[in-house]
Design a protein around this ligand. Sequence first.
Ligand SMILES: NC(=O)c1ccc[n+]([C@@H]2O[C@H](COP(=O)([O-])OP(=O)(O)OC[C@H]3O[C@@H](n4cnc5c(N)ncnc54)[C@H](O)[C@@H]3O)[C@@H](O)[C@H]2O)c1
Length: 319
Amino acid sequence: MRNYSTLKRVLVTGGAGFLGSHLCERLVDEGCDVLCVDNFYTGTKANILSLLDHPHFELMRHDITFPLYVEVDEIYNLACPASPIHYQFDPVQTTKTSVHGSINMLGLAKRVKAKILQASTSEVYGDPEVHPQTEDYWGKVNPIGIRACYDEGKRCAETLFFDYHRQHNLKIKVARIFNTYGSNMHPNDGRVVSNFIVQALKGKPITIYGDGRQTRSFCYVSDLVDGLIRLMGTPDEFTGPVNLGNPDEFTMLELAETIKVITGSKSELIFKPLPEDDPVQRQPDISLAHAELGWYPKIPLKDGLVNTISYFENLFKIR
Ligand SMILES: NC(=O)c1ccc[n+]([C@@H]2O[C@H](COP(=O)([O-])OP(=O)(O)OC[C@H]3O[C@@H](n4cnc5c(N)ncnc54)[C@H](O)[C@@H]3O)[C@@H](O)[C@H]2O)c1
């Protein structure tokens, strides 16, 4: 028998990270009892500072590659370093976090009959041959390259989710998240939006890899969190995978120029060779998310960048 509280008990793994901290905040705001589990590999307490004293928020330092025994109704499995700098630092641990971590969280969901959502990634599509990517595209991933610990780890996690669903009737949801940006991003994680903003704010040269014509689509964090919560709320028959991202495409050059204009930075643009296995183009087809979740991103890139830049300005106490 469950306790007397009528609040929905929600576990967020990786809750002290960029996306996780925003998700925890939103869930607490919605009246959930939130348990944030994090090993602080890339996340920080600073990201969830405003929640620490909240009566419906609890923080647990724990590595999900080890089993966890808690009583919850829903699990958002976000734990995993997400930027190449961080996930390539200890690639074996990265794969373990996706694979062992998923096994542990799926085992927990099975034991307590919780619904569980996996934060998967557009990286499961690898360097795609179809454009934009729909969920039925199987991807083109190098299984032995330096990005494989992340890409293949996430692919295997998806496999585990679907096997637990088929074999044990687990209620699963799989979100394939495309590039997302916003406050609480790690300033040194090498992701393109944070890189460009930090370089522009510090007046350093803005580093563009390749010729800058490769495109990416960027989703603002509040839109993404809204998508995750909507996905969790879908009927049990709907498992995904479902793409969540902003289909508006921008070249790296356009992104750099927009950031320069907003920050008023005089930084010059410098060009470096493309990293190994870096996809040339990536853009989500979000028709499924629109049809099943009624979801589409609302925040235009410029507005999201203004908020994100102001976060980094405060972080560096530039003004
Ligand atoms: N941000 C994006 O653009 C993006 C895109 C696609 C997928 N995702 C996925 O969303 C999730 C969150 O990404 P993010 O951008 O917030 O990254 P992040 O690095 O900011 O957050 C990941 C969090 O997981 C924690 N963590 C890592 N390994 C752990 C472990 N073994 N046990 C417990 N905690 C652990 C980290 O300390 C951190 O707080 C990740 O699973 C990532 O793969 C993010």
